[in-house]
Structures are given as C-alpha cells and as structure tokens.
Design a protein around this ligand. Sequence first.
Ligand SMILES: NC(=O)C1=CN([C@@H]2O[C@H](COP(=O)(O)OP(=O)(O)OC[C@H]3O[C@@H](n4cnc5c(N)ncnc54)[C@H](O)[C@@H]3O)[C@@H](O)[C@H]2O)C=CC1
Ligand SMILES: N[C@@H](CC=O)C(=O)O
Ligand code: NA
Length: 459
Amino acid sequence: MTNSSQSQRPASSASESSVPTVRVALLGAGNVGAEVARILLTDAVELGERIGARPKLIGIAVRDVDSPRTVTLPLELFTTDADALIDDADVVVELTGGIEPAKTRILRALNAGKPVISGNKALLAQHGEQLHAAAEAAGTSISYEAAVAGAIPIVRPMLDSLSGDKVKRVLGIMNGTTNYILDQMDTTGASFDDALAEAQRLGYAEADPTADVEGHDAASKVAILGGIAFHSSYTFDDVYCRGITGVTAEDVEAARRSGFVIKLLGVAERVTEGEGDQAQEKVNLRVVPTMLPRKHPLAGVHGAFNAVFVEAENAGELMFYGPGAGGAPTASAVMGDLVAALRRSVAGGPGVGPTFHAGLPATGMDGVKTSFALTLLCPDRTGVLAEISSVFAEHGVSISTMQQRDLPEDPAHPGQGQAELRFVTHRARNADLVRTVEAIRQMDVVLDMRGLIRVENDN
Ligand SMILES: NC(=O)C1=CN([C@@H]2O[C@H](COP(=O)(O)OP(=O)(O)OC[C@H]3O[C@@H](n4cnc5c(N)ncnc54)[C@H](O)[C@@H]3O)[C@@H](O)[C@H]2O)C=CC1
Ligand SMILES: N[C@@H](CC=O)C(=O)O
Ligand code: NA
C-alpha cells in the first residue's frame, strides 16, 4: 500500500482507468463487512459512475487473517494493521463493533479529515456526541444508517427529510434477533434457545447476543434515533430497558389466546412534566416487551424485519419497514452512506450532521402513560374479582378487559377450584400502574402473578 494524501480530494489512479479513484479502508469482515467488501469489489465501476470517482477497496483490517469468511475475498486485502490501513485511505468503513478499539480508530480517521461510515450502534449510543464533534472539527462526517434498523432508511430520513418538522414520537421494532425469536415462538412454537441459535446462524445477532436479548442493542438504537428526532443528545444510559429473557412460552401462548402478540418495542417520545409555569418538555426513551393486538400494523412484522413509526406534527404518521438485520441488507445501508459520503467528498464539503441545541432532558418512566396486561392465579370463589377490581379503582387505574379461565382442581386442595384472571388496563400513568401491581401482588387472594407485560393499544 502507498501512503495517500489526507485531503478530501480523490486520488488519481491512472493505471486502472482515467476515472479518479477513492481509497476505501474496511475494518471488519464479519457478517456485514464481508458483504460490503463483496459489493465494493463487484460493483466498483457502476459505483464510480454514481460517485464521480471509483471506490477502490485497499484493505480489510481483521483480528485474524486466517479466520473462515462467509464470502470468499482476495487474501491479499487482509491485514491486522488497522492503523496503517486507516492512514492509507481516503474513507474508512468501520464494521468491527464494540467500543474499543473501534472508537480510537474512528477518531484517528476523523481527526485526519477522513469520512467514516459505521454500523456500530453500541459505540454511537455511548460516544456519539464526541464522534460528531471530532468530525465537525475536522470538517468531515460520520454516517451510520446501518446502525439503526439495518437496511431500512431511517437515520437519513430523520436527519434530512423530517428536519423541518416537529417529531412527537418514534416507536417500533428495532432489533431483528429478538423479533425473529418472538416470531418463531409465536408462529412455530420454537423454543427461545433454538430460535436464538438460528438467528445467530443467519447473521442477525450481535457478537455477544446478550446485547440483543437483554434489549441493549435496541436501547442503543432508541438513544440514537431519539437524539436525532428531538435534536438532543442521549446515551444508552438514558433508556429504560427490558429485554425478552423473561418472556416465556406461556406468555407468548397466553397473548395468542387473547388475540395479541408480544413484540420488543423501542419508543422515544416527548412528554410534558409538571403543569402551568412548571411544565417542562422532556423525552422518555424505553425498550420494553409489549403486547400488541394482532390487527396492529407492528404485529405483522415477522422474522428479522423491523418497522419504525414516526409521528410528526405536520407529516402525521409515517412507517418505515424492511430487513432490520443480516449481512447483505445491512451492507446496503453501509453502501448508501459510503456513496453519499464520497459524493460529498468529490463535490466538496462535509454535509450536514445532527444538532443538539434543543437539549431536552431524558425522563424516567413514572409520568409515561401506558397500559398493562396482568395474569393472576386466584381461588375460584365469589368476591375475588370484586376485591381485585377495587384495588385497580383505588389507584385510579381502569380495567379495559378481563378474561377468566377456569383451571382443573388442584388434587392437593380438593374442593378448591382455581382460575386464571387476565386483566388488560386502560392507559394510566406508569407510576400508578406499578403501585397497583404491587398492591395486587400482596393480596391474599392472589396465589401467583403469572404474567405482567405492557400493552400498546389505542385506549
Ligand atoms: N449483523 C447485523 O445484522 C448488523 C450488524 N450491525 C453492526 O455492524 C457491526 C459488525 O457486525 P457483524 O458483521 O454482524 O459482526 P461480526 O462479529 O460478524 O464481525 C466483526 C468483524 O470485525 C472483526 N473485528 C472485531 N474486532 C476487531 C478488532 N479489534 N480489530 C480488527 N478486527 C476486528 C472481526 O474479525 C470480524 O471480521 C457491529 O457494530 C454491529 O452492531 C449493524 C446492523 C446489523
Ligand atoms: N443484532 C442486531 C443487528 C442489527 O442491528 C439485530 O438483531 O437487530
Ligand atoms: Na437503517
């Protein structure tokens, strides 16, 4: 490799053609990186026409040059010296994941004025502001369409197309692995573990799938998207996060019997706390397993697909839908960012990044209005229902539906029938719902609390 200039102008490569070339460094050749390399190698000429300069893949930095790959790539491109590769390039594509050394490498490229494309939501949701500041200071850009909802164009529409509107809420399915698992459990009766193993095999899961199933991956995406939507800076720590490890086959089955489906939803929404002069606008960010009525549009999002609703003051409701994970689909988003960044390089100027001027504080769950489904095991006798209903009423929470399922008599307690009572509440303040649930849990007539999950419906 030769040393390239660190300017934004594409370098000429007379040996290959008269079209100028831009030198692309790729960090990582896993599920996504290998697909990006494949596209760069096969489509360089056509991409050159779109960009005005031909992208030349000059090297791929990996941990181990001899690791088996999903795509066959020329061995001479591989190197373990990421720093030398970055220094030799005009543009850097980071697809290794994790915080370090990815952060140091990205900063190395940005500080040298080189545009960076990354799919690293974990990093962006922790250090996004610092990376943007470095890009701005050096007059370059960092782009990350792949980091949120895979192939779906959502980051750039939020940054560009909706930048003249006022976003009220962003809500959706933002993790392919958990959607795949929940969908398999619902439609085929697969076990959690089998479905996760298949999601890993298909290249949907993170290197450590705990990030997926504990909701951390979706939380990073909510922090990134919420920040763009509300012109503020949020990190992973601002997101209230619950994963799907607590969702059992029984929960999935119970939801199905009631005409619902369980999805892991990510939400970022404006909330107003306080009243009158004290009223303050804040933003609640959360990731929670949620029951949705089967007729809800998000209930029909299957497999590793994602879907994101954006509610904006003037646009109204928008829905973005498509593959949320997987090598080739995610590589499509990376390539879109790469072409856009290189077009800017060729034409001059870094383009427009996000702003954080609004500074809306993130807020906790207490004031958020939501509804719960609650499944209780109780003795099947007169008065139980009234007793439980009165606790809901005492806390100002109204019941939307109640279903009773009589269970076979417990042989250990002859003569004492038991019933499963399933309540779905209307929307109420989260703090009131939590107090209601705690009071119900303490009641003598409640033998077991079998399921507790949020519900997204219109009431
Ligand atoms: N797999 C997917 O569906 C999606 C992944 N992403 C993100 O894209 C990035 C890459 O994801 P995958 O390709 O699935 O990961 P992967 O685990 O399949 O591949 C990671 C690659 O990076 C290399 N690598 C890791 N640490 C390195 C280091 N310190 N130095 C040099 N090379 C290193 C590995 O050798 C491997 O080639 C991650 O940030 C991930 O969150 C984003 C959207 C979707
Ligand atoms: N592990 C992630 C990959 C894409 O972001 C997911 O399953 O959604
Ligand atoms: Na995307």
